[in-house]
Ligand binder design. Structure first.
Ligand code: ATP
Length: 312
């Protein structure tokens, strides 16, 4: 069942559409990613969902409510962790949670929430003294303290070190497992690939694609890159006939083939049949990076793509 419905939303600044007819819906209980290049319109879209901006056209519904007309009711069921949220530097973690929970008629008990988020040891620490990761955890706690049905997290892990980022991913999964729907705006492909059930790719204010991470990856022309140096030259006729292969090249004796899983198996069979050994055989799967570059405005050179190498 959809908890968020965005239908034909359009937002224009100084005559320039920054969101241009975007539609999607978010199902209750999923982690829904919103991915796109800088300035694509992601924050504008989520702020329309939160009722912080008013669309020029189209409709938004959160649990059937209009986030602008029914702002007070939507605020009770939607928790928002805003990009770069700041608090008074002197307020302590405990005071901030106490204060925010007082805004809601049925708040979560903030003490176990603080414990779940690893904040219980710093309840008397002032906001100004928290590290970036601790501030992020506090901002998640504040987004959850009202017991929301949906939480919107915008650029949650920007600026965090790899360990803090992974801890935060675990937190997001825990939040979803507790029954809260999560909308996650992110620049990090690995984050989106690991966490999201579905992803809306936004490009220049429009919806470029909406699919599962593996569905987006499958849209890339070739999902697997194979490379190796054969112990003896391979006949061109054999390479050109490989099933599933979209291209191949021979550069100074090193063979590179773009293809599919079927191509990998065919290469292995071919090498066995010709009794040729392959040195430095590498098989790299396409990642969400490849899909993102294919789907958005500025594709980068193929050799900059984020292929994850796997030993064959
Ligand atoms: N209040 C505003 N007035 C004028 N232009 C705005 C305003 N808010 C956003 N924009 C412009 O709208 C476009 C989309 O901005 P938005 O913040 O939604 O993008 P984004 O995808 O979230 O970007 P980023 O990933 O960099 O955060 C940008 O070109 C931005 O400069």
């Amino acid at each position: 069942m959809a908890i968020i419905e965005v239908n034909g939303v359009r937002k224009t600044y100084a005559g320039r559409p920054v969101v241009d007819g975007v539609s999607f819906s978010v199902d209750e209980g999923e982690i829904f990613g919103i991915l796109g290049p800088n300035g694509a319109g992601k924050t504008t879209i989520v702020e329309c969902v939160e009722g912080l901006r008013v669309p020029d056209a189209g409709t938004v519904r959160v649990a059937g409510l209009d986030p602008v007309a029914d702002h007070d009711r939507v605020t009770l069921l939607l928790g928002a962790q805003l990009q770069e949220s700041e608090l008074q530097p002197k307020i302590t973690v405990g005071e901030a949670l106490e204060l925010y929970s007082a805004f809601y008629p049925h708040p979560a008990d903030w003490r176990p929430l603080a414990e779940r988020l690893g904040l219980h040891t710093m309840l008397s620490t002032r906001f100004g003294r928290l590290s970036g990761g601790q501030k992020q955890r506090l901002s998640i706690a504040m987004a959850l303290v009202g017991n929301p049905r949906v939480v919107v997290l915008d650029e949650l892990t920007t600026g965090l070190d790899p360990r803090a980022r992974r801890d935060t991913w675990q937190l997001i999964e825990d939040v979803r497992d507790s029954g809260v729907t999560v909308v996650l705006v992110t620049h990090f492909m690995e984050e989106a690939q690991r966490l999201c059930d579905r992803i809306a790719v936004i490009d220049r204010g429009t919806l470029a694609a909406l699919d599962t991470p593996s569905g987006l990856i499958a849209r890339t022309g070739s999902s697997t890159a194979i490379s190796f140096t054969p112990s003896e030259p391979l006949p061109d006729a054999e390479l050109s006939g490989l099933p599933g292969a979209s291209s191949y090249e021979n550069r100074n004796g090193r063979i590179s083939i773009n293809g599919t899983d079927e191509t990998v198996n065919a290469v292995i069979s071919l090498l066995a049949r010709l009794r040729i050994t392959a040195q430095q055989l590498r098989v790299a799967e396409a990642t969400l990076d490849d899909a993102f570059l294919d789907l958005t405005e500025h594709p980068g050179p193929a050799d900059e793509r984020g292929l994850t190498e796997q030993a064959a």
